[in-house]
Write a protein that binds this ligand. Structure first.
Ligand code: PHE
Length: 437
């Protein structure tokens, strides 16, 4: 390699970039309505229990693999063990290549809605459907979103990812606080808060547990090697578990904050909380059009959504770019431009599947749904199982020695983590995967 590997410059560098990756559309767009449909507070308790046990274990597994190997996924597995294990890295890259295009399509919608809010057309009846099925317009915004993502990644770890996440994440927190205050102070908001937070355990079934588990993995960005890649930029003198706890904690806090923005507003205006995905792009703009200063708050909301989506998209692109660099010596510049461009093209059919290509289906799914299903129901959980097994059986006991700074003894609880990775997490994920069919 021509250059020494970059590492996070500041103490919180990894935390901020990894939290940027974790906090995304999964938290803001998906979590509130999934929680709403699955028993509110009961779902939240279940979700937190899962994310801080199984989720945390796999997060730590990825982070440890990356830091120990100082390489992106495929190269990391080759360096630590070789054999068939690098395949896990390739699965991760494949995952990135499938997820980023459709993630960017939705990212494009958020940009489109910033524009529509300013133009005053965001709340038009049927406006959302007309926008996403328009053809070239959402593709244009998808291209803009992809270009923004590439612009950050091309500038590298310190000057690009770390710097931008350091600006964007605190910005996101401020935007969210403003919106929470606005939302919970609407008259009638209490009903939404109660719906979101008060636990209804009668709604908890096996399906709820499965929904919580798959939401948890997607939300903390594990399964495709983002945390291996980001972990590979952590220097050897840092201890990992504290950082992991921070990221998982921040991610959960953002999810709950998102619920406190969306559900109180929905209830205050007597809207249907189980409108699912449409809640964000249809219900909320209607609400914004009815409150004083609605254009301002609507603008803040879609800005917030774009920022959250952008810092996640960056991490997905970085997996592919780091892979090309470590495995094929492709420069960051070339790798980012080519990957960004190709994945923009891959996203075009995904975007068109909401409009002109809506009739093209396979197994009853559109192109967009197929990509989503293949990546988030098969590749992500499959990758997570593989990585957990790797740490529990192959990379053990070195994994324990890699948790803290070089030369420090492993923590006493390391064996709990080991059995989590070796048996409990893989078994649980497998059960969820099977349930998904
Ligand atoms: N965690 C991101 C979200 O919640 C999505 C994501 C998944 C990002 C996998 C990277 C890897 O939206």
């Amino acid at each position: 390699m021509a250059q020494a590997r970059e590492s996070w410059k500041s103490r919180g560098g990894f935390i901020i970039a990894a939290a940027g990756s974790a906090v995304g559309l999964g938290n803001i767009w998906r979590f509130p309505y999934v929680a709403g449909e699955n028993g509110g507070g009961a779902f939240i308790i279940l979700y937190l229990a899962i994310v801080f046990t199984v989720g945390f274990s796999i997060f730590l597994a990825e982070q440890t693999i990356g830091r120990a190997a100082q390489r992106s996924p495929a190269a990391a597995f080759r360096r630590l063990k070789g054999g068939v294990w690098p395949i896990l890295g390739y699965i991760g890259v494949l995952c990135a290549v499938v997820i980023l295009p459709f993630y960017s399509v939705i990212g494009g919608w958020t940009l489109g809605f910033i524009w529509k809010t300013v133009a005053g057309t965001a709340s038009d009846a049927g406006g959302f459907g007309a926008f996403i099925s328009h053809g070239w317009l959402p593709i244009l915004f998808h291209g803009l979103f992809m270009a923004a993502t590439a612009t950050v990644v091309i500038a590298g770890i310190n000057q690009g990812i770390e710097r931008w996440c350091r600006i964007l994440l605190p910005g996101l927190v401020i935007l969210m606080f403003v919106l929470i205050i606005r939302s919970v102070s609407l008259s009638g908001a209490e009903k939404g808060i109660a719906f979101f937070l008060s636990p209804d355990f009668s709604k908890v079934t096996m399906l709820t547990v499965q929904a919580a588990l798959s939401q948890a993995f997607f939300s903390i960005s594990v399964g495709m090697g983002v945390m291996i890649t980001y972990g590979s930029y952590i220097s050897r003198d840092r201890s990992l578990p504290g950082d992991a706890a921070w990221v998982v904690g921040l991610d959960s806090s953002f999810a709950i904050m998102a619920g406190l923005i969306i559900l109180p507003a929905v209830f205050a205006f007597g809207q249907n909380p189980s409108a699912g995905p449409a809640l964000t792009f249809v219900t909320l703009p209607q609400i914004f059009s009815q409150i004083p200063g609605g254009i301002f708050f609507g603008l803040l909301f879609f800005l917030m959504l774009s920022v959250a989506a952008l810092t996640s998209a960056i991490s997905i692109l970085e997996v592919a770019v780091a892979h090309l660099g470590d495995e094929h010596n492709v420069s960051r510049h070339k790798g980012t431009i080519w990957t960004g461009f190709v994945l923009f093209l891959v996203g075009i059919p995904a975007s068109l599947s909401f409009g002109p290509w809506a009739d093209i289906t396979l197994f009853g799914m559109t192109i967009f749904d197929l990509m989503d299903f293949f990546a988030t129901k098969l590749l992500l959980p499959g990758g997570a199982i593989g990585m957990a097994l790797f740490v529990g059986w192959v990379f053990w006991p070195d994994a324990a020695k890699s948790l803290y700074a070089e030369g420090e003894a492993p923590p006493r609880w390391a064996f709990v983590w080991r059995w989590m990775c070796a048996i409990i997490a893989p078994a649980l994920i497998l059960w969820v995967m099977i349930g998904g069919f």
